[in-house]
Design a binder for this molecule. Sequence first.
Ligand SMILES: Cc1cc2nc3c(=O)[nH]c(=O)nc-3n(C[C@H](O)[C@H](O)[C@H](O)COP(=O)(O)OP(=O)(O)OC[C@H]3O[C@@H](n4cnc5c(N)ncnc54)[C@H](O)[C@@H]3O)c2cc1C
Length: 382
Amino acid sequence: MSKTIVDVLVIGGGVIGLTSAWFLAKKGLSVAVLDIGPLGMGASWAGAGIIPPGNASLAEAPNDKLRARGSFLHPGLHQELLDQTSIDNGYRVSGGLEVFPGESFPEPGRITGWTQEEIPFEIVDNFDQLDWPGLNLARLKKAVRFPTMAQVRNPRHLQALVKANAQKGVQLFPNTTISQWDSKGDRILKAHDKQGNSYHPGKVLFASGAWTRLADPSLLGLDPMIQPVRGQMAQFFCPESSVWPIIEAGKRYLVPRGDGVLLVGSTEEFVGFDTSVTPQGQQELIAFARDLIPALCNKEPQKSWAGLRPFADRGTPLIGPLPGRSNAYMNAGHFRWGFQFSPAAAEITCAQILGQPLAWIPLNSFDPANPPVKQVSQLFLS
Ligand SMILES: Cc1cc2nc3c(=O)[nH]c(=O)nc-3n(C[C@H](O)[C@H](O)[C@H](O)COP(=O)(O)OP(=O)(O)OC[C@H]3O[C@@H](n4cnc5c(N)ncnc54)[C@H](O)[C@@H]3O)c2cc1C
C-alpha cells in the first residue's frame, strides 16, 4: 500500500486535469493526477479539436475571454509539448468557413463581436473564387471565412500531455477509484483508493468533466449542476479534404486533418452517461457530410464514436475555489469548448492555487459558487 504526498491532487485526467497538472508542475509544484479510467479517454479524446480565433484583450464575455486566451496559448503549448515529448499534437491553422443554409445569416451580434474583437473574417458570397475541389458549396448563398481558425488532433495532444507530465515528475494514477475522503473542518486531508493506497494532498482540484456532479455534494460544498451531453462523431477517409478548411454549419462540422482523415460531427443528445453511437445519429452526420461532399455518397465511415460533453447549466464553466473548503478547487463544465479553453482554464486554476493574479482576467470570473453576472456571448458555435 502506497502513500502519496503531493502539493496538488488532480481528480480527472482529461484535457482540463492534464493541462492544469502540466501548468502546476512547470511552476515547481508536486502533482498527482488520478482517473477512474484510462487517462485522456473521456470527452477530450472524443472531440474535434477545433480552436477558434480570438483576441483576449478585446473579448468581453467570460467564455469569449477563455476562447480568445486559449487560441493565443495553443501554438505555444503545441511547441512546448513537441520540445518536451517529440509528439506533434497536430496544431495547425487550417482556417474555417461557417456556412449558412438557405437565406439565414449570422446574428448581427456575432458580426459585431468578431469586429470588436478584431478577429479576421471575410463574408463570402461568391463561391466560385474558392478553390476547394470536391466540396459542393454551390447551393449556399453566404458564408463567413475565418483564416486564423485552427485545430489540434485530440488523441495526440492528450498523449503528449500524459508524456510531458510524466517526464516532469507528475505522478499518474489511471484506473484508480477513490473510495473515501477524510476531511477536518474546512480542509480535505486525504483520500483512499479501493486498493488501500492513500493520497495526502495540500490542495485538491476536481476536474472530472461530465462526471463532476457524481462526487458527494458535501465534499464539493455545492452541486455543480453539470450533466453529460453526448456527441457522436464519424470519420471518413477523403483525400480531397486535405486542403479544405474546417466547415461549420450550425452544430454540425467537417474537420479535415490535412492527411485525408475527415471528421464529421456532431450530435447533441441528453441521454445520460451513455457513449453508444446510434443508427439515427450516424445517419444524420453522414447525410450532412454527403450533402457537402458528393464523393462520400459511395463511402461509409471508417469509424465512429461518441463522448460526453460536460454541460454546466449556468452556461459557463466552474473554475475556482469550492465554497466552505480552504484547499479544494474545481475546473469543470466546459461543454463544447473544453479543448479550446484548456490552456486558459489551466492558467486560471494555476494562478488560483498559487495565489497569483492574472493580467487578462479577474480570478473570480468563473467562481463555482457565483455564476458570472454577464452571461455567455458565444461568438463561435463549436
Ligand atoms: C464529440 C465532441 C466534439 C467536441 N469538439 C470540441 C471542439 O472541437 N473544440 C473544443 O474546444 N471542445 C470540443 N468538445 C468539448 C471538449 O471535448 C470537452 O469540453 C473537454 O474535453 C472536457 O474536458 P474534461 O477534462 O473536463 O473532461 P473529460 O475529457 O471527460 O475528462 C474527465 C475525466 O475525469 C475522469 N473521471 C470521472 N469521474 C472520476 C472520478 N470519480 N475520479 C477520477 N476521475 C474521474 C474521467 O474518466 C475522465 O477521464 C467536444 C466534445 C465532444 C464529445
